[in-house]
Design a protein around this ligand. Sequence first.
Ligand SMILES: [Zn+2]
Length: 326
Amino acid sequence: MNANELALGIDLGGSKIYAIVTDAANNILASAKTQTDANSTPEQIAKAMLETGRLALAEKNLTLADVAHIGAALPSPVDPVTGDAHFATNFGVRNLSMKSIFRKLTGKEVYLGNDGDLGTLSEYHSGAAKGCHSVVGYFIGTGLGGGLVIDDRLLKGNCGLAGELGHMIIRKGGRRCGCGHKGCIEAYCSKIAYVKAIKKEIRKRDVGTLLPPDKFDMKSTNIKSKYLAKAYAAGDPVVRNVIDKGSVMLGIAAASTCAVVAPECIVLGGGVMVSMGEVILPVFRKSFEAHLFGIPPSKIKIKCSAYGDDAVAMGATILARGKGNV
Ligand SMILES: [Zn+2]
């Protein structure tokens, strides 16, 4: 195997770290997954990310020395000029550079990107939106990630904040979002939002749910997508109402985004879409079409992510292969 062809992509998520190794044709040769420790320092997080990368490489008897390109996706904005992430807001650390931490640990350049941006990038590059020049991506997971590729460039914007689509405010005085504002689309369409809304419904209407009691209770803050999918399929009215409302709201948000950037394709991805894409898509589409301005819905492709759980890590390898120029 020619080492120059190999890339390592590492995706830091809310509950797990996922790493893939790809060849020059973007085939996934190996992967590994570990749990995220929420109380880690940035240095510990970087070490855990690299360790997950090493586990993936070990599948093919490779080490970090064998890969030419390393990319990492972070749930944080990345500076469009320096390509660095000051992954510090949650840690009270100032002037911290994730790039220099990675450089110190590997002796190599590690290219950094925002997770929603990189998920959108991979779908644009060789996934569900291949061949389109302008693409909007939404990734429904613990939160709601987003990204914009416009006229064949990943949009970065001021301070790298372009494409933070989860924080588009769609209802004045609406549900409280993790960011501190009210009415962000993430507060309606994300797993954290679903769990909050399900608990509220149960309390308010004194009804039960089909979610397994060992996986969900009134103290839960998150839940695996597969349990939501099972309860939805079994006809749980609370789960159905909450998820359908989230899909309607996402349709409104996506239609509004179309009025700003006029994409050819909208890709929906993330763990929730992997588990329940076929139930979310029709509700989303109906709401999207009802709120779209100025263009027939048939002119905008609506696609489920082709890379599924691999989308963000794949985007990290594409970013690294392009040396950050995407
Ligand atoms: Zn928000």
